[in-house]
Design a protein around this ligand. Sequence first.
Ligand code: SF4
Ligand code: SF4
Length: 486
Amino acid sequence: MIKSTYNSIHPINNGNYILINSLSGAVDVVDGLVKERLDRIEQTNLQRDNQDEVELLTFFKKRGYIFHSLAEEQQILFKVKDAMEKMTAKSKWGMTFNVCTTYACNLRCPYCYQGHQIHDHNHALDSDEITKMFEAITQIIKMEENRGRFIGAQHRMVLYGGEPLLPQTKNTVKEVVERAVNEYGFRMCAITNGTFLHQFLDIFQPYRDQWDFFQISLDGPKAVHDKRRIMAGGQGTFDRIVQNIDMALERGFAVATRTNVNKENLGHLVELANFIEQKGWNKFPHFGWQVTPVTNHFSEPMPDHLPEHELLIALYEMFGDLDSFIDKYNARLGSVINMRTSRIRNTIRSFDWSRMDDMDACTSSGVTSVPHFKECSAREQRFYSFGTEGLIYACPDSVGRAETAVGSFSPKYELNSEAHQQWDRGITDSKECTECSISLFCGGGCAYANLMRNGDITKPYCNYANETIDVYIKHNKHLFEELGTV
Ligand code: SF4
Ligand code: SF4
């Protein structure tokens, strides 16, 4: 017998331990003796005449904590992976087409991951380029359907940039949205700084039912926000953005307010939460608040950087019970905190172990989240991103870096299958990730960060994944304790 590669053990109080397996999704509280028996599993043989021992080993096996051999574990790993890929292919949600209407931006936020050089490129997609982009999209949909993926699925288009909603992009935006909704039936979103949203809402109003949300950044209360989300001339943008969030919510659009957090504005989150409450935004059913550390995908040091797990600790300190915070503000935490803790969180919240099957990945109806073989849709070849220079990218964050492009749509459509294939990498393509105990909670990290920091999508940049899970478990010990030991 061997212990599963994907076990992790966390001490809690009274000599008990939380035992977690990222492949099966099993989470159990065990006492010291049970932990010790698991630790010794490789050295001691099963005593078949000892009923307790037989029951314990049956439990370990059923929950995915032990296997007969590494080969057996690998077989299960690939079986689950195969099931996940089939689930993705048949998902009712298809691909996301990310469109940079322009690389230009009217703001000069000091922490912008794109760098500001790109924001001087003023070109907005013209009619001819838009036609070519949709022709490329038609080809991509056909290609994916021929691969048996996303047949009849609902696809989505995201407008972003640069800043997608500028006075000079009005015609581009109007044409892209009209065609996306009327000809392709796409659902729509925009990631915008929100400064010119008021000039666009009339254009979007007829499509409100197809509009999923606007993501708009608000980095703190006025005095804080106005130092960070600044115009090229240094002027603040708080008042205009707040008015535009009000206007969008009142007109029935969903708004995901995003707060980009580092050590500079961390201490102002409570004040911002109070502001959100005072505005009544969190009473709108279609309001959400995304609290996310400022990141870039490169290894240069970032001033005031706040790692994900430190953000999590700070949120516990500021807001107490995180689940109530999430419920109150319809909050999403971090770029990956949510994903890395979601299966554990669902397990704790379900409070019903009997709903957990052997492999929650594919069989359980009680657990809604699934193992992550890939961190994001870029790795699933489910993102197609269009830059204004006519190139297609797998990852929306990499637009403008021609060396990361996987094809082109203008002057002609071409997908470089070798470059595209590079992105189709999950944890099983990386030795470090395959052997990492939490890999099925993590999905192998951000492919773009791996590429930019380590030169290869399969060379992981872990971005404090272990620490984040540790913090989450430590802060929820009491919930585990209520469940009692095995
Ligand atoms: S990126 Fe790091 S934490 Fe994530 S699966 Fe790979 S090795 Fe594990
Ligand atoms: S590769 Fe990284 S930046 Fe790109 S979509 Fe995936 S997680 Fe996001």
